[in-house]
Ligand binder design. Structure first.
Ligand code: SF4
Length: 207
């Protein structure tokens, strides 16, 4: 689908490279779990606490008590659930340092978005990450309203170059765009670089 390539080109020219996801190594996977249902600022606080405690590594995360782990990640919200999810994920990494997507999805509490973020940003595998921002922007643009996660992901993966850097950059650009212009409430359409091909904006301008 040509539009997806055009959207990437426009966003890339407008915002420039995002060089995202923050963090490296195991921190990426931990961040992917902690960012569920919260914003990245809260995740950063939790990651700092884990760093201060010298616990951004498999040994510590395996041996640390669940209550201490909960305490360190409290800023990320839903900390009891997330501490258990982290423990489940660490158990997998100890058994299988290069897990498949199926193995990640079998970890209790990991869905497609978290598993694919880990596969793409940590293991550099070709899985395009779809999140609420992706649905928000593309839904408003008009062509992709009825897609579920896997359908929309397939559309991206069939349309854009099979390149890990492009996958990473595109996801990051969509996040940037949703935070900057295509906000959940009151998108700033008049200044948006995609507005001449966006159904939401064109409908609003014709009213
Ligand atoms: S024109 Fe408005 S609704 Fe459409 S993508 Fe841009 S900010 Fe979002």
């Amino acid at each position: 689908m040509k539009e997806l390539v055009a959207i990437y080109d426009i966003l890339y020219q407008f915002y420039g490279p995002q060089n995202w996801w923050p963090g490296e190594g195991l921190e990426i996977a931990i961040g992917a779990v902690l960012t569920q249902q919260t914003n990245w600022k809260n995740v950063e606080k939790a990651l700092s606490k884990l760093k201060e405690a010298n616990c951004l590594n498999l040994d510590c995360l395996q041996s640390i008590s669940i209550s201490r782990l909960e305490n360190l990640i409290i800023s990320s919200g839903y900390y009891k659930i997330k501490a258990q999810r982290l423990k489940n994920l660490i158990d997998l990494f100890v058994k299988e340092p290069n897990p498949s997507r199926k193995m990640l999805l079998d970890v209790k509490g990991l869905g497609y978005e978290t598993a694919d973020a880990i596969l793409l940003y940590l293991f550099e595998q070709l899985y395009f990450v779809i999140d609420a921002y992706t649905f928000q922007i593309l839904g408003r643009m008009g062509s992709y309203k009825e897609q579920n996660y896997l359908e929309l992901q397939r559309l991206f993966m069939q349309s854009i170059p099979k390149d890990v850097q492009v996958y990473k950059e595109y996801h990051a650009l969509l996040v940037k765009h949703a935070k900057s212009y295509c906000k959940k409430k009151e998108p700033i359409c008049s200044l948006c670089p995609l507005n001449d091909q966006c159904e939401y904006h064109l409908e609003a301008s014709n009213q």
